[in-house]
Design a protein around this ligand. Structure first.
Ligand code: ADP
Length: 526
């Protein structure tokens, strides 16, 4: 588990770093310190190399002088091959700092009167002295210098001729050999490096402090400007910044303050505009409320008036129908058969008028909120019988056929029987009216406590764009004066209102020229 937590924490830290990159001050300081460090390192390397070189030259010069001094004292000792003659000189030389060993080499290459480091003596033994023709020989390994100065009988060489080769006449007696330690050189070099490192560290610390505070002083106006910007961004405020610091930062602060001034002005304008708009909206809303109340009240009055009027109209029409029936009976009894068709026409028209008034009455009642549900338990069979009974006279009029397709049992429903009956009669009547020589199919099914009634015909159909319109009041596909089909355009509007009241739905699917299918879905029990 730990590595997961660790990696999550690292990822979080990385994300935080990405979100907040380091400050300008930090970055500047880092770059400057890095640059100075690189310069210091280069400087230290150069200085220590030069100092080392210088010290090394001084030391070898010294060593050469000592070797020369020994060689100048060694003529007699080499001529007489007497160690006694040279020992005091060698002892004096051994007392010099860094001298590890000293001695002589004879002309035939034999080490003679050697004192000191045995390793150095071994080194000198390996050299082929017989063939050596330089006045001064300087060899070295990592820890030592090996210097040999020729002992010449004539002793005529001077400083300038040291590197030259022997003259033919000169007689070389041998070499004075000295081994020097490089330890002092290493110590001096180490001291130089240590001094440089300590000085460098002090310089860097001082530099960080001085440059850091200079950058801080230089960037603090920029930082305060940035803080003001962040504050404004987070709070939505328009606070201004101090105009201070270098010229560029001053210009930035001035521009920022000018922007804040502009924003303040715009805010002020927007506020006053919003206040004005709010006041206007308030006035308009009040006006609209008054207009809506007036419209609602006049609509209620209209609906009440229509409901009362239609109610009053029904009574005289019903008595007209009654009296025409009586007159027809009497005319048939008295043998006035020629007026019977006229009386039938009066009855038919009076029936239509009564139907229309009933429709208007229903709509007015619904709009006035006076239509209520009258729930009753009714068998499906009784409902279907009611539909068939009411619509059977209409079926043959256009030479149509009626079919019933019942896909469920004779269920007991709890619905507003009258209203559901009226909706279904209306759909079957429309199907009869808009179909000729076709079939009207009433399909009944039940599923999940929902009853579905669909009335399908093979009539003229309804164009797609009209299919929703026909459920509105007084809307017909053909609304012209010269239309072929009679009707008020209220049947489907009332059916829709009734369905809404009964928690039912009504919809249509139709293809012009092929037929229409109206579907009503209603809960089995309300
Ligand atoms: P009405 O039939 O009295 O005009 P409806 O509200 O019942 O009023 O019908 C509105 C319109 O819908 C009808 O005028 C007719 O154009 C169209 N319509 C209704 N049913 C059908 C149908 N089965 N086939 C074709 N058109 C229909």
């Amino acid at each position: 588990m730990t590595p997961i937590i660790d990696s999550a924490r690292i990822a979080q830290q990385k994300a935080r770093k990405r979100k907040h990159p380091p400050s300008v001050r930090k970055q500047l300081l880092t770059y400057i310190v890095m640059g100075v460090c690189i310069l210091l390192i280069l400087f230290s390397l150069t200085v220590s190399w030069l100092a080392g070189k210088q010290t090394s030259n001084l030391m070898t010069d010294n060593a050469q002088q000592v070797a020369r001094a020994l060689s100048s004292q060694a003529i007699l000792a080499l001529l007489t091959e007497s160690e006694e003659n040279i020992r005091p000189t060698i002892q004096q030389i051994m007392a010099f700092p860094d001298v590890l060993g000293a001695g002589l080499v004879t002309q035939d290459g034999r080490i003679f009167a050697w004192q000191g480091d045995a390793q150095a003596e071994q080194y000198f033994k390996q050299i082929n002295w017989a063939e050596m023709r330089s006045y001064l020989v300087q060899l070295e390994d990592t820890e030592h210098w090996y210097i040999a100065s020729a002992v010449i009988l004539s002793n005529s060489q001077d400083a300038e001729s040291e590197t030259q080769l022997f003259d033919a006449e000169e007689e070389k007696l041998g070499y004075a050999i000295i081994s020097f330690s490089k330890e002092s050189l290493s110590e001096i070099n180490a001291n130089i490096i240590l001094t440089i490192v300590v000085t460098g560290a002090i310089v860097i610390v001082a530099l960080v402090f001085i440059v850091g505070s200079a950058i801080q002083r230089l960037l603090s106006p920029l930082q305060s400007l940035s803080e003001v910007m962040v504050y404004n961004h987070e709070t939505g405020d328009h606070m201004k910044s101090h105009v201070q610091g270098s010229r560029e930062i001053e210009q930035m602060a001035q521009s920022f303050n000018a922007m804040m001034d502009t924003l303040d002005e715009q805010d002020e304008k927007l506020r006053s505009h919003r206040d004005k708009l709010e006041a206007e909206v308030k006035i308009r809303t009040q006006e609209l409320v008054v207009a809506r109340d007036a419209a609602l009240s006049s609509s209620r009055h209209k609906s009440e008036f229509l409901a009362n009027m239609t109610h009053e109209l029904r009574t005289p029409i019903q008595s007209i129908i009654g009296y025409v029936d009586l007159a027809k009976e009497e005319a048939e009894n008295e043998g006035f058969y020629d007026i019977v068709p006229d009386l039938d026409r009066v009855t038919r028209n009076a029936d239509r008028l009564l139907g229309m008034i009933n429709c208007v009455l229903d709509l007015s009642k619904i709009e006035a909120g006076r239509m209520e549900l009258n729930l009753k338990s009714v068998y499906l069979h009784d409902l279907i019988e009611g539909v068939q009974e009411a619509t059977s006279p209409l079926i043959p009029s256009n030479n149509n056929q009626f079919k019933l397709e019942q896909k469920c049992d004779n269920l007991l429903m709890r619905v507003d029987h009258e209203k559901l009956l009226q909706v279904l009669i209306n759909l079957v009547s429309n199907a009869c009216k808009f179909t000729e020589n076709g079939t009207i199919l009433l399909r009944v099914s039940a599923e999940n406590d929902m009853m579905t009634f669909s009335v399908q015909d093979t009539g003229i159909g309804i164009p797609e764009e009209q299919q929703q319109r026909i459920f509105q009041q007084f809307k017909q596909v053909d609304g012209s004066e010269t239309r072929k089909f009679a009707g008020t355009g209220l049947g489907l509007a009332i059916s829709k209102q009734f369905c809404d009241l009964m928690n039912a739905s009504i919809s249509v699917h139709s293809i012009p020229g092929e037929g229409s299918c109206f579907t009503v879905k209603i809960p089995l029990s309300q």
